[in-house]
Design a protein around this ligand. Sequence first.
Ligand SMILES: [Mn+2]
Length: 229
Amino acid sequence: MATLFISDLHLDEARPHLVDAFEDLLAGEARAVQALYILGDLFESYIGDDDDAPLNARVARATRKVRAAGVPVYFMHGNRDFLLGEDYAARAGMTLLPVPTVVELGGEPTLLMHGDTLCTDDAAYLQFRKLVRDPVWQRAFLAKPLAERRAFAAQARGESRKHTANAKPEIMDVNQAAVEAAMRQHAVRRLIHGHTHRPATHRFDMGGNKAERIVLGDWYEQASSLALP
Ligand SMILES: [Mn+2]
């Protein structure tokens, strides 16, 4: 049985057809796999498990049904939905995975990551990441009223768009040395990640061994998933 991977869905009320596409995938193909892995950025923005947005309830319903059908659903944080916590995960029937995680697929140890930490040339982003991943910052943020958190998320999205538009394209991609360092650290020859929205399979030599980096596609225009044996 295959294992299904998705990432960078960026689900948002503003793109309802992609929420429909997500429900279709979860009602169909995702029911006939060994496991479903969501490698981050399931949501365009995520401001806390107490968010009462209908979209969040709808997504949780879809993933819970997959779990109820006997398919484990694993979720890893992206740079948009890193505040997704155990409460929501429980409601959604998802198991939270640390970043990174190594899983064995068809006998091949495979490193799974969102991918943002591989973009080591983007110093401005890594600085922002350090701030918002700080537990003290997160506790203070989650204590703010929902409306205030929504406003912050909208502003952060705007700044991220500006940054992406202005930064050099190579800065927004992974750094090959960071890729190889992560793979060596976890003793794998295969890596799967998302984040860059540059779906491809990259094959390269790593210390005399064949190595492979699979990049998942984003859902800004259309659905995208990867089934691996
Ligand atoms: Mn991302």
